[in-house]
Design a protein around this ligand. Structure first.
Ligand code: WT7
Length: 677
């Protein structure tokens, strides 16, 4: 089912991406912005002169160490790096306590805004007490240094507290996005061998409470063929007051456990390379990878990038990153980066259109948000809703805008700048990955003349390049694969429990280079333009999904014999999941009329939602009689993408049976299952 060889063709449509490179607009920083900017043009040169030393300087300035480090980078165990290895520290102490010790206890850390409109502002001093209490509560449940804790929560203050409580104990957290299914949760709990799960009764989603606890119950229930769960306790936050099933002795209410706990807790001082978290992400195979991040290097890079890329002035800025903590953006730029820098930020539980389509802009006006970090999908959705909606709110507090998760098309970039940023704010298009831990390629506000649609330059201390099939750097104007050529502090330290897979996935394509999985081009100035994934990874609304994982989910359904999944271009979500399935013999005629096909589609869509989560549901499922395969049996997704994007089917000469595509196209023109939801 996999086609692991990367092809030079990006998953997006090349035609529109070619146009990108004819983009000539450029927005130099205003003299006023440049004069006050945190980022300094000299940093590039300084870092180039001695990259490890540059990071060591940041580590000393931005992070507080219990024991100072004397070693900077040890790359002798490549590709597993060790940064600042003989230093000791604690992530939660750095995020919270030291600010209180420095007299900043009264500063608001989080302005929480629940979807139903309930609010709560929590200062650093309050956060410190909550985290200490939670750490004591977790310890009372037997959690100790090195234990893994799975967090399955909506975006709440408690979610931030839970992550920091784990960090305080030196117990790596593994946050699983609340939109993932019980099955997805089950496999992540099992892989991490977690002993505790922190969840909630439910959360609010589009105006209604939606339950979470039942998925946890299902995920840890005994199942034939599975070994017994490692989970000893489930800690439950009360959010929606829904009825919950309760297992005495195992389940514990969060509020009761915290009430009983002391507000003093001595942090666990851990070594810089102690695991801070595991975060599962999709790869090119069916099994999600547990990306492992450690403490010292990670904190250094997220603090440095958060301060410089967003120009954070903690005394005056109000920062808002719209990501959920279930993704790496939430880890690095909701929790660790901003809190390490003592920022005041907005935390919003809900969706942009609940209860109305102006909710985000209303929040920006209300809290006078000055830095906004969001995804291109959200920007394109707002574009579609029309500029009169943001036009009704006072957005004049904004001074820096950020974008992350997928390539941002120049139209969306221009709209973001003009409508949201009043033609005044710098925009930072930040390229990075779960694996990189922190931002890697981005303009620096106040320094870089920004180009709409390009992430442009590796940050100071980061070395990236675009190479051809033979690993040769391409000349300016050329295209190929994005690689990272030197180790960086926040880089992943491996895949949990599978070092071989780490080496194989990232380090085997090009000797000594980290292969990111993205296609990229260099323009005439040497600036980098990201072109989308070149492997079997899709990007839907900035969420990473694996074609293989969805294919596996589909074929696990009784009626499916074979499945092929592709990411088709989509104006709003970047890509959309389109599946082609062959039904098993006895079910083959179920999709012979429109009604039957619609039924099959619905059945399979819910099956994928159950196996992985609603975010992975295919937009369209097309029932076909054959799939296009090469003579060696590889599915030619390129051709299926042509079909999914309503294009003329490309070169099919390497197909084992060249009539297959005619068959598929003919089938599609008949009444089909291709209804959208
Ligand atoms: C993939 C990583 C980084 C946090 C959110 C996603 C794509 C990310 C950009 C950007 C073009 C981007 C890449 C990358 N991507 N940011 N600014 N421009 N593409 O993290 O889920 O690990 O996904 O997202 O394809 O490989 P992730």
């Amino acid at each position: 089912m996999t086609d692991t060889q990367p092809s030079t063709e990006p998953s997006g449509s090349t035609a529109s991406l070619e146009n990108l490179l004819h983009e000539t607009r450029s927005f130099p920083p205003s003299p006023e912005f440049a004069a006050q900017a945190n980022a300094q043009p000299g940093s590039y040169e300084e870092a180039r002169a001695n990259r490890p030393e540059f990071w060591a300087k940041q580590a000393r300035e931005l992070v507080t160490w219990k024991t100072p480090f004397t070693e900077t980078l040890d790359w002798s165990g490549a590709p597993v790096a060790r940064w600042f290895a003989d230093g000791t520290l604690n992530a939660a102490y750095n995020a919270v306590d030291r600010h209180v010790e420095n007299g900043l206890g009264d500063r608001v850390a989080l302005h929480f805004e629940g979807e139903p409109g309930d609010t709560r502002s929590i200062t650093y001093a309050e956060l410190q007490r909550e985290v200490a209490r939670a750490a004591n509560a977790l310890a009372a449940l037997g959690v100790t240094v090195g234990d893994r804790v799975v967090i399955y929560l909506p975006l709440l203050v408690e979610s931030v507290v839970a992550m920091l409580a784990c960090a305080r104990l030196g117990a790596p957290h593994s946050v699983v996005f609340g939109g993932f299914s019980a099955d997805a949760l089950r496999s992540r709990i099992a892989d991490a061998e977690a002993t505790l799960v922190i969840t909630a009764d439910g959360g609010y989603r589009r105006g209604a409470p939606s339950a979470l606890k039942p998925a946890v119950d299902e995920a840890i229930a005994p199942r034939e063929g599975d070994s017994e769960t490692t989970v000893r306790h489930v800690l439950v936050v009360r959010r929606t007051e829904q009825e919950v099933a309760w297992t005495e002795g195992r389940d514990v209410w969060w509020h009761e456990a915290l009430e009983a706990a002391d507000t003093f807790h001595e942090p666990a001082w851990v070594e810089a390379e102690h695991p801070l978290f595991i975060l599962y992400t999709s790869g090119t195979t069916g099994k999600p990878k547990g990306i492992l991040h450690t403490t010292g290097g990670y904190l250094t890079q997220v603090a440095y990038t958060h301060k410089n890329v967003f120009d954070l002035k903690p005394e005056t800025d109000v920062y808002w990153c719209t990501a959920d903590i279930g993704w790496v953006t939430g880890h690095s730029y909701v929790v660790y980066g901003p809190l390490l820098n003592g920022a005041t930020q907005v935390l919003y539980e809900g969706t942009p259109d609940t209860p109305h389509r102006g909710r985000w802009w209303e929040l920006i006006e209300k809290y006078k948000v000055s830095i906004l970090y969001t995804a291109p999908t959200a920007i394109r959705t707002c574009m579609k809703w029309g500029e009169d909606i943001p036009g009704q709110f006072d957005l004049s507090s904004l001074r820096v805008l950020g974008s992350v998760g997928e390539p941002i098309n120049p139209e969306a970039w221009m709209w973001y700048r003009r409508v949201i940023g009043a033609d005044r704010t710098p925009i930072v298009d930040t390229w990075w990955q779960t694996e990189t831990g922190g931002i890697m390629i981005s303009p620096l506000p106040g320094v870089t003349a920004a180009k709409p649609g390009s992430a442009q330059v590796p940050l100071p201390g980061i070395a990236a390049d675009v190479v051809d099939d033979e690993a040769n750097p391409v000349p300016d104007g050329g295209g190929g694969y994005l690689v990272l050529t030197e180790p960086w502090p926040a880089m992943l330290r491996g895949i949990w429990g599978d070092l071989e897979r780490y080496k194989e996935t990232y380090w085997s394509r090009f000797e000594g280079l980290y292969f990111a999985g993205d296609g990229a081009k260099k323009d005439e100035d040497g600036d980098i333009w990201l072109l989308g994934r070149v492997d079997d990874v899709m990007n839907v609304s900035g969420h990473r999904l694996s074609t293989t994982e969805i294919e596996s989910a589909l074929v696990s359904h009784d009626i499916v014999a074979e499945a092929a999944v592709v990411g088709a271009n989509d104006e709003t979500t970047g890509q959309a999941v389109v599946a082609f399935v062959i039904l098993r013999g006895e079910h083959a005629n179920r999709a012979s009329d429109a009604e039957g096909a619609a039924q099959v589609q619905e059945e399979l869509r819910s099956h994928v939602a159950k196996e992985i989560g609603p975010i992975a549901k295919p937009r369209k499922i097309l029932v076909v009689a054959e799939l296009p395969k090469t003579r060696s049996g590889k599915i030619m997704r390129r051709l299926l993408r042509d079909v999914a994007e309503n294009r003329a089917v490309g070169d099919a000469t390497t197909l084992a049976d060249s009539s297959v595509m005619d068959l598929i196209s003919a089938g599609l023109n008949a009444p089909s299952a291709a209804n959208e939801d």
